[in-house]
Design a protein around this ligand. Structure first.
Ligand code: ADP
Ligand code: MG
Length: 328
C-alpha cells in the first residue's frame, strides 16, 4: 500500500512536543508557539541537496542526523537554547524504509538536544532537506561575529580538520584504521552541536561563529565583521590524534581550509580569560587558544588580508600550503 503525503506526515513526523510552549505543532495551517518574555528569537535555515551536501551513498538516518546537527550548530554559535524546528522535505518517491530510518535519525538528535519538530512541508522532487531551527537567547545577549576586540584571544572547540578528512575518506582518498574511520564518519554525519559551549560563552566571549566553511574562512568572517586582523598560530591547531600520522601534514590543509567541522570559534578579552580557562580545566568545555586579535594595519586593510598565519613564529603562507591540496 502506498502512503499519501498526509500519512507520511502523520506516521513519520508527528510526535508529541516536549515543551509546554508548543501550543500547536504539526497538523494545522501553522504551528502556534508561546515565546518567553525577555527573550529574543534566533533562527536559521539550511538546505542539504543530495550529492552536493552529502554523498548519494549516505543512509537516510545519516542524512537526517547531519541535517539537524549542522543546523543546531548555528544556534550554538549564537549561544542560543534550541526550541523548535521545521522540516522541508523533497522526496523523489515515498519509501517507507527510507522514511522510517530518516525519522529515527531525526528524532534521535531532536530528543538529545530538546528541540521539537513543529511543522514543515513535504513535496515530490530530487532529494532535498531543509531544516529551519528556532532558538532563544536572553534579550541582547546573543553571540555575534562583529564584536571581536583588539587584544582578544581566539579559541576553537574540539578538533579541526575532521570534516575534510571524513570527506576524503568517503571519496576513497584516505585510508585510516577502522577506529579512525568510525570516528570520522561519525563526525561527518553527526557533528555534535556545541550548544553547551555556546551557552556558557554568553557574557564571556566577545564574538563567535561555527566552523562550517573552513577555519580560515570563518576566522575571516569574524575579522571582517569586527574590522580587525586575526593572527592564527597554525602549530596550535587542535588536530585529532588519528589524523596526525597522515602523510605530508595534510591535516593542516584540512584544518585550515576544509570546513564541515561544526566547532565553535570564539574570541575572549584578557579579563575574561580566567573564566574560559576555568571552564576548560573543569572540562565543561573543550577548547584551544589558536590565535590573537590585532588591530588592522592600513597595508593589510588595503590588501584585504584579514587573517595572518604563523607557524612556530614564522610567517606561514597558507595560499601555497593548504590551498594547493584542494586546487582542481
Ligand atoms: P498547508 O497546505 O496548510 O501548508 P501542509 O499540507 O503543507 O499544510 O502540511 C500539513 C501539516 O503538516 C502542517 O502542519 C505542516 O506544518 C506539517 N508538515 C508538512 N510536512 C512536514 C514535515 N516534513 N515535517 C513536519 N511537519 C510537516
Ligand atoms: Mg504546506
Amino acid at each position: 500500500m502506498s502512503l499519501g503525503e498526509f500519512d507520511v506526515i502523520k506516521h513519520y513526523f508527528t510526535r508529541p512536543p516536549s515543551q509546554p510552549s508548543v501550543v500547536k505543532a504539526v497538523g494545522d495551517d501553522c504551528a502556534v508557539l508561546s515565546p518567553s518574555s525577555g527573550k529574543q528569537l534566533v533562527m536559521s535555515m539550511d538546505t542539504l541537496v543530495s550529492g552536493r551536501h552529502f554523498p548519494a551513498s549516505a543512509t537516510p538516518y545519516q542524512i537526517a542526523t547531519r541535517a539537524l546537527c549542522t543546523s543546531l550548530s548555528d544556534l550554538a554559535a549564537m549561544g542560543a537554547k534550541p526550541l523548535y524546528f521545521t522540516l522541508g522535505l523533497t522526496l523523489p518517491d515515498i519509501s517507507e524504509p527510507w522514511l522510517r530510518s530518516f525519522s529515527e535519525g531525526l528524532f534521535s538528535i531532536a530528543e538529545a538536544f530538546g528541540i521539537d519538530l513543529v511543522g514543515g512541508d513535504t513535496t515530490q522532487g530530487p532529494l532535498t532537506i531543509t531544516v529551519q531551527v528556532h532558538g532563544e537567547v536572553d534579550f541582547g545577549k546573543g553571540l555575534m561575529r562583529h564584536q571581536a576586540q583588539v587584544g582578544d584571544t581566539v579559541f576553537v572547540t574540539g578538533s579541526v580538520g575532521d570534516g575534510a578528512a571524513a570527506l576524503a575518506l568517503l571519496q576513497g582518498e584516505l585510508s585510516v584504521g577502522a577506529e579512525a574511520e568510525t570516528y570520522l564518519i561519525d563526525r561527518f554525519y553527526a557533528p555534535q552541536p556545541q550548544l553547551i559551549v555556546g551557552q556558557q560563552l554568553i557574557g564571556v566571549a566577545n564574538a563567535a561563529i561555527d566552523v562550517s566553511d573552513g577555519l580560515l574562512a570563518d576566522v575571516e568572517h569574524i575579522a571582517k565583521a569586527s574590522r580587525v586582523n586575526i593572527m592564527l598560530n597554525v602549530e596550535k591547531l587542535p588536530i585529532a590524534a588519528c589524523l596526525q600520522t597522515v602523510d605530508n601534514r595534510q591535516y593542516e590543509a584540512w584544518a585550515l581550509s576544509g570546513g564541515d567541522d561544526y566547532q565553535l570559534l570564539f574570541t575572549v578579552s584578557q579579563d575574561k580569560l580566567p573564566q574560559v580557562n576555568a571552564l576548560i580545566q573543569q572540562q565543561v568545555i573543550s577548547a584551544t587558544a589558536i590565535g590573537q586579535v590585532n588591530a588592522m594595519p592600513s597595508d593589510l586593510l588595503a590588501a584585504g588580508q584579514w587573517v595572518t598565519c604563523s607557524l612556530n613564529g614564522k610567517p606561514y603562507n597558507y595560499k601555497t600550503k593548504g590551498y594547493d591540496h584542494f586546487a582542481p
